[in-house]
Design a protein around this ligand. Structure first.
Ligand code: HEC
Ligand code: HEC
Length: 221
């Protein structure tokens, strides 16, 4: 075997290894918060978004308040967060058969316009009564130092209203969707959280705590 061919073979093997390890370290999102991107979302046309969102109303509600416990409400959500999720579905970083195929048909402008419209609507209000949920209350306001669990409010806001860019509002969210998506982070099935923030947190929560946190946020408003 010629030296040249041998070298080429070694090169191919090394390259293959690199490609494999790069595939493993795939980024959790392709959205990067540059000033241009933030301005693009800020300048979106929410009237156009309202028209486009007619196709989403069957599942996400006429005013972004979902009629089904399994479908997330989108009303009042940060536009940047909604935009990022739609991009993540389209780019394959967040996987859900239905939402992936819907997002694939949307342009960047469509996504920004609908995100702006949903953001302009009030957060969903809870119609069921309030229960005392002490375990969840403590996790939200104090966290748990023994498990290096930061309090949820430090990121999601003291009223669950969300915080800048990719940290979503949680107040009034459908409890069943909320618990299901936390379980998906916990199992690593949802992995579009930059720096693994929600994967690390959810892995330290018991399934019962996740259920209670879901109730807590649903009844917050
Ligand atoms: C047939 C029902 C259906 C339709 C139609 C639909 N969605 Fe969804 N959507 C879902 C479900 C179910 C989920 C939760 C998927 C998951 O767990 O990842 C979801 C999730 C989302 C999320 C992520 C929410 C979050 O809190 O992370 C966004 C954003 C979204 N949809 C936007 C849209 C937009 C915009 C449209 C219309 C262009 C649309 N959806 C149409 C069912 C639907
Ligand atoms: C260090 C900041 C941080 C802390 C602390 C934090 N979160 Fe999050 N959370 C995030 C980010 C960022 C996302 C969005 C990631 C993405 O794009 O998927 C998120 C997403 C979520 C979602 C998904 C929302 C949706 O609409 O799909 C839920 C539910 C959630 N967090 C619950 C919690 C709970 C409950 C706690 C406390 C136990 C908590 N988070 C603590 C940063 C944080």
């Amino acid at each position: 075997m010629g030296l040249l061919i041998m070298n080429k073979m070694i090169q191919a093997v090394v390259l293959g290894l690199f490609t494999a390890s790069f595939a493993h370290a795939e980024p959790s999102s392709q959205v990067a918060w540059t000033p241009d991107k933030l301005n693009f979302i800020k300048q979106a046309n929410s009237n156009n978004g309202k028209e486009l969102a007619a196709q989403c109303a069957g599942c996400h509600g006429d005013n972004g308040v979902s009629p089904s416990p399994d479908f997330p409400s989108l009303a009042g959500q940060l536009a940047t967060y909604t935009y990022k999720q739609l991009q993540d579905y389209k780019n394959g970083q967040r996987i859900h058969t239905l939402m992936t195929s819907i997002a694939t048909g949307l342009s960047d402008q469509d996504m920004a316009d609908m995100a702006a419209w949903y953001n302009s609507l009030p957060l969903p209000k809870n119609k069921a009564g309030k229960k005392d949920l002490e375990v969840a209350e403590r996790l939200v306001s104090e966290g748990d130092g023994k498990r290096t669990l930061p309090p949820c409010y430090t990121c999601h806001g003291s009223d669950g209203e969300g915080e800048r860019m990719d940290i979503p509002a949680l107040a009034g969210q459908q409890a069943e969707y909320f618990a299901a998506t936390l379980m998906a982070y916990k199992k690593g099935e949802r992995h579009n959280d930059i720096y693994s923030r929600m994967r690390v947190i959810s892995q330290q929560l018991s399934d019962a705590e996740i259920q209670e946190l879901a109730q807590y946020y649903q009844q917050l408003r």
